[in-house]
Design a protein around this ligand. Structure first.
Ligand SMILES: *Cc1c(COP(=O)(O)O)cnc(C)c1O
Length: 376
């Protein structure tokens, strides 16, 4: 049985509808910032439960724009080191300085580390919902932010439809950033979305997105904006996937449940899934397991063996290497190994099992059987 690490799913019906919509868009001549973009924004905001949403061309710009709107230039922002490059990079691009923080065993930022790292010039904190988990510790971080007058931004690139205490990812801070990159739970080809309840952030985000222009039809530039627009074709693709989002998540949760049963109840055989408390409902962008202590096989070798011997593709880690040890940040800030011990450990020991919407129960069981065989 051949199992890919991930699989993008556009049902045939939807592909046909999309072709019609693309045709309509081309004929209308309105190729950017039109009715599809507006509808995508309205539906997404209603789904997340925020007052506003702004569609942009990537998850990375969905991070940078609120950072600019919150004036981080010349200030520092606390970011977990266990995240994708785009999280700290967006702070640098917005003119801020990154303060990396360690994480806890659930791979998300450690509130203690946040507290220790607040400096005089610190303006905010970014929490990343790693693998689709809105971490319960975000409540503690909200309090820290209130006490120290800091903003909170969610990097929700992994967390479309994930909840904590029944509340959707994207509504916990001043603003949130979603990504629609092809590997994410839903895609628009390329694209991103900012969600916020803050009218000022919303209004400035609209201006930043379109070259800092005060209005679509004017030629007066009031902000240091950029071309961060989403095209109408991408918005149509995004809307099509968005209509399927709840079904995609339900399918992923079914697979995760099989993994839970196979690994927790019948013994992990050398791996332990990270614990997700009952108040968290993950969208299972990733199903993360930790290699147990004493497991001799290296991750790279395990991946190779699963691929070659069993035709099972493991999904990309979140993350293979923490950001402070990535050459660009290591050199920029002079980090050495050992400064963020938990992040370094969880990055080394994690493995992500394949999860995709069209995966079958049989495939999921085959993944677990292959993994257990490869480990013994
Ligand atoms: C994918 C991702 C981004 C960036 O999104 P793009 O759409 O690729 O620009 C940002 N943060 C995290 C955590 C991501 O996984």
């Amino acid at each position: 049985m051949k199992i890919p690490a991930a699989k993008i799913y556009f049902p045939e019906e939807e592909r046909k509808d999309l072709l019609k919509q693309v045709d309509e868009i081309l004929e209308s001549g309105q190729l950017t910032l039109g009715k599809y973009t507006r509808e995508f924004e309205e539906r997404f905001a209603a789904y997340v439960g925020t007052k506003y949403a702004v569609a942009v061309n990537s998850g990375t710009s969905a991070l940078e724009i609120p950072l600019r709107a919150l004036d981080v230039k010349g200030h520092s922002v606390i970011v977990p080191t266990n995240t994708f490059f785009a999280t700290p990079a967006s702070v640098v691009h917005a003119g801020g300085e990154v303060i990396f923080s360690d994480v806890t065993e659930n791979l998300c930022i450690d509130p203690e580390s946040v507290k220790e790292n607040i400096k005089k010039d610190t303006k905010g904190v970014i929490v990343v919902h790693i693998g689709g988990v809105v971490p319960p510790q975000i409540k503690e971080i909200q309090e820290i932010c209130e006490d120290h007058n800091l903003f909170l931004i969610e990097d929700a690139a992994h967390a479309h439809g994930s909840t904590l205490d029944g509340k959707m990812a994207g509504g916990f801070g001043e603003a949130a950033a979603f990504s629609f990159y092809p590997t994410k739970v839903m895609t628009s080809g390329e694209g991103g979305m900012i969600t916020t309840d803050d009218k000022k952030i919303y209004e400035r985000a609209l201006v930043f997105r379109d070259q800092g222009k005060a209005g679509f039809f004017g030629n007066v530039h009031t902000e240091m904006g950029y071309n961060w627009r989403l095209s109408e074709i991408h918005a149509a693709v995004g809307l099509s996937q968005f209509a399927r989002l709840e079904a995609f998540i339900a399918d992923r949760r079914k697979i995760a449940k099989i993994y839970d049963e196979e690994l927790n109840e019948r013994g992990g055989g050398g791996v332990t899934p990270i614990k997700i408390p009952p108040e968290v409902k993950s969208n299972y962008y990733k199903y993360v397991v930790m290699l147990d202590e004493g497991i001799e096989i290296e991750r790279a070798e395990l991946k190779r063996e699963l691929k070659e011997k069993y035709e099972v593709g493991l999904s990309g880690e979140v993350y293979e290497l923490p950001c402070h040890l990535q050459p660009i940040f290591k050199d920029l800030y002079g980090f050495t190994e050992g400064v963020f011990p938990v992040a370094e450990d969880v990055c080394k020991r994690q493995v992500c099992l394949p999860v995709f919407a069209t995966m079958t129960e049989e495939q999921a069981k085959y993944v677990v059987d292959s993994l257990k065989e490869a480990l013994c």
